[in-house]
Design a protein. Sequence first.
Length: 694
Amino acid sequence: MSTRIPAAARTCALAVVSACAAAEPAGATLDTIIVSAERGGAALKETAAAVARTDAATLARLKPTFIGEALNQTPGVLMPNLGGEQHNLSIRQPMTYNAYYQFLEDGVPIRPVGIFNHNALYEVNLPGADSIEVVRGPASSLFGANAVGGAVNFNTRAPRAGFGGELALRGDEHGYARADVSLEGGRDDLAARFAGYSARGRPDWQQYADYDKEGGTLRVDKWLGDTLWKTTLTASHLYTDMAGSLTPSRFGTDPGYSLHTFTYRDVDALRASTQLSGSLNDGGTSTATLYLRRNHTEQLPSYLIFNTGPTTASGRTTDNRFTSYGLDARHEQALAGWRLVGGVTVERSPNRQTEYNLAVTRDAASQRYTGYTRLGLRRDYEVVLDNGAVYGEAHWQPASAWRLSAGARYDRIGYDYDNRLEPTASTGAPSQQKTFSALSPRLGLTWQASDTVNLYASASRAFTPPEVSALFSSLQAPDLKESAFDNLEAGVRAEPLPGLALQATVYRLTGHDEIVSFSTQPGRSEPRNAGKTRHVGVEFGAGWQAARWDARLAGAYARHRFIAYEAAPGMHYDGRDMPAAPEWIANAELGWKPMQALRVALEAQYVGPYWMNNANTERYAGHTLLHLRANWRRGAWEAWASLTNLADKRYAEIAASTYNGLAGRDPEAQDTYSAGAPRTLLAGVRYRFGGDGQ
């Protein structure tokens, strides 16, 4: 018989690899191990940051078809569903498309710096994840550039010994169908797990919104004594139509209408990593991760179609592909009441992009775009993105109830840009190099006031460098610098009664030198470091669990304001609220188990009113949605059903307006709405085999 420590136990012992905590529907406990908070692993009560964890049990119960269904249950998080797994995100920021978030898998960013994609979570294979961790607020000292509003980390699930797996099917009344499969098995010292799915959407309520998605994750764990060698491969393919947004009249009378008949997005993504993690000396843990990314995104997007006449329009295709090679190496050392962490990251990402101009035909009566002809090549360039970083942290426990932490990361980011066309205002800037650097420090303090009350405070700075698109799109490359964000926050976590968990965080986040689009003259604009914003808020959460009942609440109150923003000569938005920034958001759920095998839950999602434009003249009224879910399980079988948007409410996932408050008002030309789905009934069944059937 083997005398090796079981793989699951060793994984828990190495918190740098996995987070093994009790599955609690009411939320994480103070002793829950959080992997993302300190680039290693620490109990929640030792973490001076606002961190939330969605565990495997919650994901298994919720069975989301869209990642936002899980993330929206996190305090201070709102993720609109823009169709076909497309999205944007709000964490300590408005619902934004800007590069203010870092998306990671096992601590490795999904995309390189400089070519952020607000849709990047459609490249995640959720069945491969064991948990989702959200670090709210600046996390650049941990993960580098773009971790301004926060970081979202997907921890892959470790395989178990033996053999087991599951098969699942689900579908809804509007044309969504999906099949899931997972297989795992092996010995204590060598095991593998594959999990993936194939989904198709043919929404009968919305015109031109079909999509197909396939994704899979393979993880292989090999134990070499007490050293874990973990290898992970995730691949996905997404093809989706792009229905686009609607005018106010269409949204009010026909929310399923689409002006588009040919816009699309086609994405192939692959990520591979191999990691060694183990102890090379007493009290120390060393980890080295090699990783590779490949991505090809071809699209003819709806947002790049512009009317030029009653029957004509212009458009563009974009074809972007990159390959990344990276290494992250770090060492953690316990030393006489201190815990020290140091590491380096190096990464190179060659990126190639081409764009073609399009002549688009348009039907005057329906205003629908009916076809296009490809014209000349508009852009053709390659940029090599280099990112090198060193980081370090120190954690000191001067007394049993107190813990101090300090950390910093220095990033140097280089862009080597090669324009393959003759430089012009449309083909872009001449070939050149740009370099950016930033120091991202943070300080933290936690106090275990009692066995059930934990308080923390922190100060941190984050940064985001200019994107490639902002730097080189015009003939004269603008002289831009990094945007910086300073954050102060304090929070409390408490478990005053058995089964009851409470949390609250207050924060103030100030952005400096933010890049804004400045209109130098009608029809012409340029990026400038001319923006300053302030974001203040309170995030709150509660969870309660009893024998047959459970409940939770997650929400936030926030104000997001321009401190300085000149959009054009004489056009100032200083002191105005930022658009797409509801003051209140909340998500609440009440669950009931009338019997051990059955759970029924009612969920409410509230999005408060918000301004649609910078001038604060046009307002979306907000909405409240109700969802009903039920799960039934008997032995190896499980069935579930959900009725989302129970009241069949007409609402917008996001609403926007380009009206500047000065010129003539034309809502049909200036206001847009992305329609949310109507009431939808979804049902599914799952069969588990092998292992312990759990």
